[in-house]
Design a binder for this molecule. Sequence first.
Ligand code: NAD
Ligand code: MG
Length: 388
Amino acid sequence: MAEENKKRIAIFGSTGSIGTQALQVIEANAELFEVEILTAQNNDVLLIEQALKFRPNAVVIGDETKYEAVKAALGSTDIKVFAGENALVEAADFDTYDMMLAAIVGFAGLKPTLKAIDKGKAIALANKETLVVAGDIVMQRALENKVPIIPVDSEHSAIFQCLIGELRNPIEKVILTASGGPFLGKKPNYLVNVKKHHALQHPNWKMGPKITIDSATLMNKGLEMIEAKWLFNLHPDQIQVLIHPQSIIHSMVQFEDGSIKAQMGLPDMKLPIQYALAFPHRLANESPRVDFKRVNVLGFEEPDTKTFRNLTLAAQALAKGGNLPCVLNAANEMAVWAFLHNRIGFLDMTAVVEQTMDHITYIEKPNLEEYFESDGEARNFAASLIKI
Ligand code: NAD
Ligand code: MG
């Protein structure tokens, strides 16, 4: 394919787990993709290495104190270097890319993603928090700008794939599968003593620290319920969570005739990443295949919502809507940060989220400004609980 036909990808959060795997996909399919923008928050060393290898038009380093180092290291190239939070939004406003891979973690991903949508750019969405915080506004703007939002999250990619060819067929429900994380089957008397190194060991997936903790507390699945609501326009009753420890079925869709479609594969984020980048095409690869003679049991069980109460809190936020999912997300980001810095215990994370949800004033139909305010208020209140 000619150079000018390559899809130009802007990777926001290129130094993270999703970002680095996306670069592997791009490297393996260099005839299809080229890298236009790379961004990182702190990891200047990896950002420089990636930039020298993939030669983007521009890079952004979030931490402004690292600007000089990045600028100097790329001085012999014509790669433009920017720094700071605003530069992320300015880079999202560039004309020169075709698709944004939104792979920043947390609320920080919202503004650049909204800017890309307003600019009419296709979005490959890994950053689920964007939809949790302001899903109504994000989806509305995507509709107005005719922007496709293609999920990268494996469960939502699975649902998206199951829906191909089903345009006119209503969904009865979606079944979001969850591995259960490292503490499947454990009770509060065990969880109370869990330490960070233990919680950071996920059985099936290697991911960034925040989502790994969210997977251990099941908040990740709660966030994914809210993400599914916005992506697929679902009512809360249509979203079921099912524990499936092998992570072979990535999620399922049940239609009105009772027929269920499942999307399966080995747990490997490169698959949903490459599906989103290349949609509607599938790219051949050499990754290992499922061998059903070896994976001969696919297990399913109900989630233990009495122990993993984050799921209940997220279901409440999902049902009530308004600014509550935004508040849940902000409190959770603070709580996970505090747990990762040994400030609070494993079960305290849920308490911080619950108390913050109880405290912040409910707004039924917030505008974007009110979402930002709710996020800030929730962070301040959660910080007061954590005493930071
Ligand atoms: P990560 O922590 O490994 O990487 C995060 C990236 O975002 C890094 O490049 C970092 O520099 C950047 N970043 C962090 N804070 C920032 C800030 N304040 N401003 C700007 N940039 C910032 O995270 P990850 O595991 O790659 O996850 C990224 C997103 O994808 C998350 O929303 C996560 O929920 C979602 N996701 C990840 C996986 C996975 O397998 N890792 C799977 C599904 C969904
Ligand atoms: Mg997921």
